[in-house]
Design a protein around this ligand. Structure first.
Ligand code: HEC
Length: 140
């Protein structure tokens, strides 16, 4: 009787131990991989972690790295052109209802960059300088 109780106690301990290990190491359904965002960028891809970036992760990285995307800048039309080019020549499938959100994301976060120069002046009322003394020496 005593040995049976010892056996049951041991069995209980083993079960508890196995349980404790297995819940930590091998959950039956792995949780979705934690998103890791560093300085606003998705750490895995470098994509700006805003808007529908997950759609880009899911649809655009099968053939090339995200670098090709993150180093590009384009307008909506430009991004659509690139997508259509890939569809016509590189086997990119139709993006269906995801195309709109993907292009929105790209055109928003990877829009043509400001070059640092001010835009050209376009509403300036020019006027003739008239310094006292008339024409400048260069015009004589
Ligand atoms: C079926 C494969 C495939 C998929 C999926 C794919 N691409 Fe591409 N993409 C290519 C190939 C091939 C190139 C040319 C690579 C090269 O020039 O080295 C390319 C090039 C590009 C370029 C560079 C274009 C240029 O003119 O420099 C961009 C930007 C790009 N892809 C964006 C995307 C985006 C955004 C998506 C998701 C909507 C996507 N790609 C999905 C195959 C693909």
């Amino acid at each position: 009787m005593r040995s049976l109780r010892h056996f049951l106690l041991l069995l209980f301990l083993v079960v508890v131990l196995v349980q404790a290990c297995s819940t930590d190491e091998a959950p039956s359904a792995p949780p979705p991989r934690r998103e890791n965002i560093v300085d606003g960028l998705d750490s895995l891809t470098g994509l700006i972690a805003q808007g529908d970036y997950r759609l880009v992760k899911g649809n655009c990285l099968a053939c090339h790295s995200a670098k090709l995307i993150t180093q590009n800048r384009a307008t909506r039309e430009g991004w659509l052109d690139m997508i259509h080019w890939m569809q016509e020549t590189q086997g990119l499938p139709d993006l269906g209802k995801n195309e709109g959100p993907i292009v929105d994301y790209l055109a928003t976060y990877y829009a043509p960059e400001e070059t640092g120069r001010r835009p050209p002046l376009d509403s300036v009322e020019w006027y003739i300088l008239s310094a006292a003394g008339g024409q400048s020496s260069a015009e004589r």
